[in-house]
Design a protein around this ligand. Structure first.
Ligand SMILES: *Cc1c(COP(=O)(O)O)cnc(C)c1O
Length: 387
């Protein structure tokens, strides 16, 4: 560890390893001076589409815009119900609400932390019975790097004619029965926020689809509703949501490392944590269902009811181990939805998780020694922090 402070995500250590290639790429982009829509943007889109296994990748300014653009491209808006997991980052529900639709928050599973297919079907039926909103889309989130239960979620979507949007902001690199994350929805989105599995040096995002028409529509929506060939011919209202050429260049370098070894290495760290912690009483390690692979955006434990999470975090901090809690509040309890239809939800699992999850440091540059130190410190903390 060279005496340095352990980081929750160590982007400095990553830069130390990739410095030469990243510096060279930044120089290349700066000297070409094609800062918006430069050739590196298209090269990145083609590289990522091939990796994910879809026909089109449309880059944009961030993962939040990616969701908004994907929903707009499918005509989602006022009067529509969009089903969203109650346990996720705010954007998953913010985007449908911002364009006038109504997010309906649905409970998750306590073992995978992902959308519960049975709770989803119940929520869709409930909305159909009420008849006030038109069930239109599902935002399935690949939380903490693990793809959602797409076979079952897709079955519900097919039965009720719903659009399936995969929010793969945390999921890039994950696998589901031989398919890559970000190819699992009718349309899929991701984020290149620095702390995500594949991050840039600022904000960035992308949309993935096999549909030529939808891809063209997303491209237009991301650049002021431009006509396909003429950006000063505006045929619809859109956004200014582009990925900078500099970020695309940085992502090209980082993607090569991600595909070559980072994803493998972070899975080794996750396996070591699992092996060290799986039989420890007072916690549950994250479960990865058969046939699935996680990109480990987070390594999230479920603590037992009689464990004092605040005390565990304080003890670990004292030992030099940073921890985080994702997420502390169910979506339906966020102040932004207070007094709206979205605030009414029956999500006991989410409530339980919000009170009991704990995320450990994880990134591809964490050493085996550091991983063991975290696991040992956590075992000590659990013995000391029973309520
Ligand atoms: C980070 C995140 C987003 C938003 O991505 P940004 O690039 O920060 O806009 C959306 N959904 C989920 C689940 C996320 O974790």
């Amino acid at each position: 560890m060279n005496g340095e402070q352990m980081q929750f995500k160590d982007l400095k250590r990553q830069y130390g390893k990739l410095k030469e290639s990243i510096d060279r790429k930044i120089q290349e982009v700066v000297s070409q001076a094609h800062f918006i829509s430069g050739p590196q943007v298209r090269e990145l889109e083609e590289t990522l589409a091939a990796y994910v296994g879809v026909k089109h990748c449309v880059s944009c300014a961030n993962g939040t815009d990616a969701i908004t653009i994907a929903l707009l491209a499918h005509g989602v808006g006022a009067g529509d119900a969009v089903f969203v997991p109650d346990f996720t980052f705010f954007s998953s529900g913010e985007c449908p609400a911002l364009i006038g639709a109504t997010p309906i928050f649905v409970d998750v599973e306590t073992d995978t932390f992902n959308l519960s297919p049975s709770a989803l079907e119940k929520a869709v039926k409930g909305e159909l019975e009420k008849g006030e909103l038109k069930p239109k889309a599902v935002v399935a989130v690949d939380l903490f790097g693990l793809p959602a239960d797409y076979d079952k979620i897709r079955a519900v979507c097919s039965k009720y004619g719903l659009l399936l949007l995969e929010d793969g902001a945390q999921g890039f690199g994950g696998k589901y029965h031989g398919q890559r994350a970000c190819s699992l929805g009718d349309i899929s989105t991701t984020s290149f926020f620095p702390a995500k599995p594949l991050g840039c040096y600022g904000d960035g995002g992308a949309i993935f689809t096999d549909d030529d028409y939808i891809a063209a529509l997303c491209r237009s929506l991301a650049v002021h509703g431009k006509n396909q060939d003429d950006k000063y011919d505006n045929v619809r209202l859109g956004m200014n949501s582009r990925l900078d050429t500099l970020q695309a260049g940085i992502l090209l370098v980082k993607f090569a490392a991600f595909a070559e070894y980072e994803l493998v290495d972070i899975n080794k760290i996750a396996s070591l944590y699992t092996e060290q912690l799986k039989d420890v009483s007072g916690l549950m390690v994250p479960s990865v269902p058969e046939g699935c692979g996680s990109s480990w955006a987070q390594f999230t434990l479920l603590l037992s009811e009689d464990t004092d999470r605040v005390a565990v975090q304080a003890y670990l901090k004292e030992r030099g181990v940073p921890t985080m809690v994702y997420y502390t509040k169910p979506m339906h309890k966020q102040g932004a939805f207070a007094g709206t239809r979205s605030a009414v939800a029956d999500c006991p699992n989410t409530e339980l998780l919000c009170g009991r999850v704990l995320c450990l440091p994880i990134h591809p540059y964490l050493t085996e020694e550091e991983t063991m130190l975290v696991a040992d410190a956590l075992k000590e903390a659990l013995e000391r922090c029973r309520i």
